[in-house]
Design a protein around this ligand. Structure first.
Ligand SMILES: Nc1nc2c(ncn2[C@@H]2O[C@H](COP(=O)(O)OP(=O)(O)O)[C@@H](O)[C@H]2O)c(=O)[nH]1
Ligand SMILES: [Mg+2]
Ligand SMILES: [Zn+2]
Length: 133
């Protein structure tokens, strides 16, 4: 996976000779690629296994991941989260969220809490998930 224009389809074409994935131009002004590959396609590798060519980072989302699984990706926040009220969403406006208390007490890195909240928010917002446009 990677942003548009980094060369994903070029690599796929080399690894799977008859893939014939379209390869795009990079915009000379922005240095970014266009989303030449319109859909994700799984291709069988000649040596066995699979490779998936995708349009770009924007095609990845966390909608199928439940909030607890997102939180589990932040083991450094475990102790604080254990003190949250039952059913806490850990969102910025969640009443009594222990993450806010721990940050206020200087016991947690606020950038870690911000990262967690950005991921949790991206599950709801669809396109805010970061990466592509
Ligand atoms: N200079 C350079 N250009 C590359 C390389 N790989 C791909 N390209 C070019 O970068 C552009 C975008 O490649 P593409 O495979 O479509 O990127 P994708 O959007 O990630 O699938 C094309 O013009 C490719 O020819 C590389 O290793 N070096
Ligand atoms: Mg591509
Ligand atoms: Zn919480």
């Amino acid at each position: 996976m990677g942003s548009s224009g980094v060369g994903k389809s070029t690599l796929v074409n080399l690894l799977v000779p008859d893939a014939e994935r379209a390869v795009g131009d990079v915009n000379p002004v922005t240095g970014r690629g266009r989303h030449t590959s319109a859909s994700a396609v799984a291709l069988a590798l000649p040596e066995g296994g699979w490779i998936i060519d995708t349009p770009g980072v924007r095609s990845f989302g966390l909608a199928h991941i439940n909030p607890d699984e997102v939180v589990a990706g932040f083991p450094d926040l475990d102790e604080a989260v254990a003190e949250c009220p039952p059913g806490c969403t850990h969102a910025a406006d969640a009443p009594g969220c222990a993450l806010d208390i721990w940050v206020a007490e200087g016991r947690l890195d606020p950038t870690r809490v911000a990262s967690l909240r950005r991921l949790l928010t991206s599950r709801e917002g669809g396109d805010e998930s970061g990466g592509g446009r």
